[in-house]
Design a protein around this ligand. Structure first.
Ligand SMILES: Nc1ccn([C@@H]2O[C@H](COP(=O)(O)OP(=O)(O)OP(=O)(O)O)[C@@H](O)[C@H]2O)c(=O)n1
Ligand SMILES: C[C@](O)(CO)[C@H](O)COP(=O)(O)O
Length: 228
């Protein structure tokens, strides 16, 4: 059974997190957040290797930092936005990864991803032509008026929160991201670029605890989740 390479965007600055150290290099226990993410994915039998996308000036953070057991790890330079970084990562994949082969994209900032969710995504999204882990919205959704008050309630039926990994054919995702970036469209996940290109990504329900570390409170929650 063949494996899938994974592009891991890790070139962000963590502005919402604050502080001088980009959040992906903050330590949880004895290792940086990004290493937890890579090791969790590397333990999955269907993950073949990684392209880790780093900010060009992050070399000092990564020296000797990333030991991922037993799987190839390539490095690519990230861009201004996450979508730029993901496209750079796709273009750094080995030539052995054919354009029709499915590749995973997973945020470095999501260290709690569950192996069974990655398995479910691969098994369901490959036959469907591509898809993403997502969680159905279970809270009531309010629309803010800009002055800190609610001025309405959004329908939550058929509303899902996109997670990662997301899984698409290398060539189709490259083309969709390149087209969206060329058109100046602000793309926040791979599925958005694929939707814009006319695809219908499969929503594969994933665990709510596959959190993205965005704020200090998220880091504390990730530390708890990883300690279980
Ligand atoms: N130009 C960018 C921006 C983000 N990312 C990565 O994409 C993932 C999700 O992005 P986010 O959580 O927004 O991280 P930051 O962009 O660092 O956060 P902020 O928006 O608060 O600066 C992270 O692993 C981040 O490192 C990236 O590779 N390249
Ligand atoms: C890709 C993502 O994690 C799906 O929810 C999210 O869009 C990333 O957003 P960010 O602002 O780049 O963290």
């Amino acid at each position: 059974m063949s494996g899938h390479w994974c592009v891991v965007p890790a070139a962000g600055r963590g502005r919402r997190f604050g502080g001088d150290t980009p959040k992906q290099y903050l330590r949880i226990g004895d290792k940086p957040l990004v290493t937890h993410t890579l090791e969790r994915l590397a333990a999955h039998s269907r993950v073949a290797g990684f392209v880790l996308v780093l900010a060009p000036d992050d070399a000092t953070w990564t020296r000797g930092l990333i030991e991922v057991l037993g799987k190839p790890l390539l490095i690519a330079n990230g861009g201004a936005e996450r979508a730029d970084s993901v496209l750079a990562g796709l273009r750094a994949l080995p030539a052995s990864v054919a354009m029709e082969h499915f590749v995973l994209v997973h945020d470095a900032a999501r260290p709690c991803v569950r192996a069974e969710d990655v398995t479910r995504l691969i098994e369901r999204a490959v036959p469907a032509g591509g898809g993403l882990l997502a969680a159905p919205l279970r809270d009531t959704l309010k629309r803010a008026d800009g002055q800190g008050r609610s001025n309405g309630t959004e329908p939550r039926e058929s509303r899902w929160r996109a997670l990662t990994p997301q899984l698409f054919r290398r060539g189709e995702l490259d083309a969709a991201l390149a087209a969206a970036l060329a058109a100046g469209v602000a793309i926040t996940d791979e599925a958005m670029a694929m939707e814009r290109a006319g695809h219908a990504p499969l929503l594969v329900e994933g665990a709510e605890d596959n959190i993205k570390v965005t704020t200090p409170a998220d880091l504390a929650l990730a530390e708890f989740l990883l300690s279980r």
